[in-house]
Ligand binder design. Sequence first.
Ligand code: KG4
Ligand code: ZN
Length: 349
Amino acid sequence: MRILAIETSCDETSAAVVEKREDSVFVSVLSNIVASSMQMHAATGGIIPEQAAREQVRFILPTLTQALESAFPDNKESVQNILQNQIDAIAVTNGPGLIGSLLVGVETAKTLALVFNKPIIPVHHLLAHIYANFIADNNQKEPITFPFIGLIVSGGHTDLLYFSSHDTFSWLGGTRDDAAGEALDKIGRSMELAYPAGPEIDKRAQKVQKTDIRFKSPLLHENTYDFSFSGLKTEVGRYIQKIEDLNETVLNGISYATQKAVVDVLVSKTIKAAEDKQVATILVGGGVSANSSLRQQMSTKAEERGIKVYFPQPKYSTDNAAVIGTYAAYHQQPVPWSSIKAEPELYFD
Ligand code: KG4
Ligand code: ZN
């Protein structure tokens, strides 16, 4: 089964070709092209939805063309023929996300499905982040077994889920206010770091050997699977206001303490969920899953308890179409193209 996948839920325009073979438990990525308008948004310190969608209209066809051509480098046929002859189905993110951005991908996918007479599979963006772990890598991962706990940590969402099969899952908890990535980005903004600040906070934190700066890990000791990060943003903001010289050492220290507050609670609640539900596997996904401290701490704590943790390869942590195709490969349930709608508020109900 070969799938052409499209992802346009936020600022990225991405197209990928993935393949799920009967004899493999993982999905192979044949191509994964990601065009981003992030540089434009970095200049204004946040995403401007209207601008993102306008850029996506420009990017979508070249991105699709490149994804199809680079998936089959020896095939010299036209892209139309490649799509017609090599692709079995089309997958597209239908939510959640920015309405204008989602519409670009959804309407393009629907048109291709109709014109080329291909089945089309709508994909939930957040679930797809977890499925980044089902992409084959060179390290010959062991097959992933159910049940598992899924932690989604992205720019817009923080959610804990319990999966008993590919088709059955339940929502355990999520953020009451800001998402983990959103908190890092907003705190980064008050430190005058470039948007999105998560990767820079990660890099700065790695430089710190020792610091006295401490911030509270929100809801760490509360017996729920909920998260809350807006209080941390306020706490760090107040701390920054009192600092006269926001020099490199201080910025690095604040990065370290902020990251620690976020990572401690993410790790603690995810491990607690695995222990409470007596599962031996955790899958993490979403942009913040690229964070080095989260990877290291989650892996150490889980290993101590005999729990296996999977993190996506970093290039599949952030938004990309390969994960959308991968999710679709395990959920080959096409729907009539005319019934697919962009759903900005799609969640877990
Ligand atoms: O999943 P994603 O690409 O987009 C959404 O669906 O939201 O996540 C983007 C988020 C941003 O908040 C960004 O700051 C964060 O992921 N991020 C990181 C790292 N790389 C990306 N946060 C912490 N450490 C990183 N290395
Ligand atoms: Zn995402």
